[in-house]
Design a protein around this ligand. Structure first.
Ligand SMILES: [Zn+2]
Length: 396
């Protein structure tokens, strides 16, 4: 840690500009204590590592924030200086006893107060969930900044999302509702933003990437918010759905197996599921199961049985779909942020089907079925038509 308590409850903050000799002198006459457990801590003024405080070896401190790597301390110090330059009131490693939290950086004067967590090491899903919800309950806005070395790039526009990243997703104030992830690298002094995130499956996401050097960044961050999806993003997405079709016969995922049985029962070849399925849409965060699965099920079990010309309300689709989620073991995610809902993802998809001409407006909030979902004759035809679908849906 970078802060410790001294006599008279003063703090010693090592993120500030100190001369080594001043600290050596301070160290010779002061005792430093851990703000969490009150045990004595040692000021470390080595030449290779960032100056910091450390508990004694036999410490019983149960501060879950320790141990901290040098990468973490270095980043925390840089972020502290970055906010300081922008004249924010910052409390470093502020212990919030009511919440039992100690954010790396805390901005008490913001409304609501902001807690920055610079997280470089792994953290269990349970712990990060607990921390985030505790901040939200305490009316504090948590901002997770992950160590850049945690970015797990697969290829092209795809990244792997671990439990930590999943829980660190943040939502822009605009209505795209495409979450983003914020990373920081203390070695290059730059932020990396993975934005326009659309989850593909339980652990794979599609994202666009932008790097901003620390000296050009300002808090609050201005996020890139492209209206439409980046082109390479779309081509990688199409390729991914295409591969899912090609290898569908060996896909053993529970909901995929159930979907395949359903398609066979209806007389269709499983790999030739409707061309309208597999579309990226906003609010996709809600699904762990890939879109080609839940969209196929919605098309085959809800839209297809309706006669052409039938009109229906949103709830006529949404309510039966909730049952199908159970029947087909579709995995949905839980969301800490109350201003979004699973139904938004379904509504977004219906709007997309309307743009694609499968549905129309019936007036007074009703949809009209205009045609049946289209089953492709070959996987290549499906690939070409999916591109058209995505481009159509992606239009403003
Ligand atoms: Zn302690």
């Amino acid at each position: 840690m970078l802060t410790a308590l001294m006599d008279k409850n003063h703090f010693c903050n090592l993120a500030e500009n100190w001369r080594r000799e001043d600290l050596v002198q301070l160290r010779s006459k002061e005792t430093f204590r851990c703000p969490v457990c009150q045990e004595e801590v040692i000021m470390k003024l080595g030449t290779k590592k960032i100056w910091h405080f450390a508990h004694k070896k036999d410490s019983s401190c149960r501060d879950e924030y320790e141990p901290e790597s040098m990468y973490h301390l270095f980043g925390k110090k840089q972020l502290y200086r970055w906010l300081e330059k922008q004249n924010y009131v910052i409390e470093l490693e502020k212990h919030l006893p009511i919440l039992n939290q100690r954010p790396d950086l805390y901005l008490p004067s913001q409304s609501p107060p902001v807690a920055f967590e610079f997280q470089c090491s792994s953290l269990s899903a349970e712990l990060i969930y607990k921390r985030t919800s505790s901040y939200l309950q305490g009316a504090i806005h948590p901002i997770w900044i992950l160590g850049e070395k945690r970015i797990s790039h697969l290829n092209g526009a795809t990244y792997r999302l671990d439990d930590l990243a999943l829980n660190a997703l943040q939502y822009p104030p605009d209505d795209s509702r495409r979450p983003y992830l914020l990373y920081y690298c203390p070695l290059t002094s730059a932020f990396t933003i993975l934005h326009s995130i659309i989850p593909y499956s339980s652990q794979t996401i599609f994202a666009a990437r932008k790097t901003i050097p620390l000296h050009k960044a300002h808090f609050p961050m201005v996020l890139p918010s492209p209206k439409s999806l980046p082109t390479d993003f779309i081509s990688f997405w199409i390729q991914k759905v295409f591969k899912n079709r090609l290898y569908l016969h060996v896909n053993r995922d529970e909901s995929v197996v159930l979907m395949k049985h359903r398609l066979i029962d209806s007389g269709a070849v499983p790999s030739l599921f409707p061309i309208e399925a597999g579309v990226p849409s906003n609010y996709m965060y809600w699904f762990e199961t890939p879109s080609f699965v839940w969209q196929t099920i919605l098309l085959i079990d809800i839209i297809k049985p309706l006669p052409v010309g039938a009109s229906f309300q949103f709830k006529d689709v949404y309510k039966p779909f909730l049952h199908l989620i159970k029947t087909y073991r579709i995995k949905v995610r839980h969301n800490l942020h109350s201003d979004s809902h699973l139904s938004y993802a379904i509504m977004d998809y219906l709007k997309c089907l309307r743009k694609a001409g499968l549905l129309g407006w019936g007036g007074k909030g009703r949809f009209v079925k205009k045609r049946d979902p289209e089953l492709p004759k070959t996987v290549l035809e499906a690939k070409d038509k999916l591109q058209g679908m995505i481009l159509t849906c992606n239009e403003g």
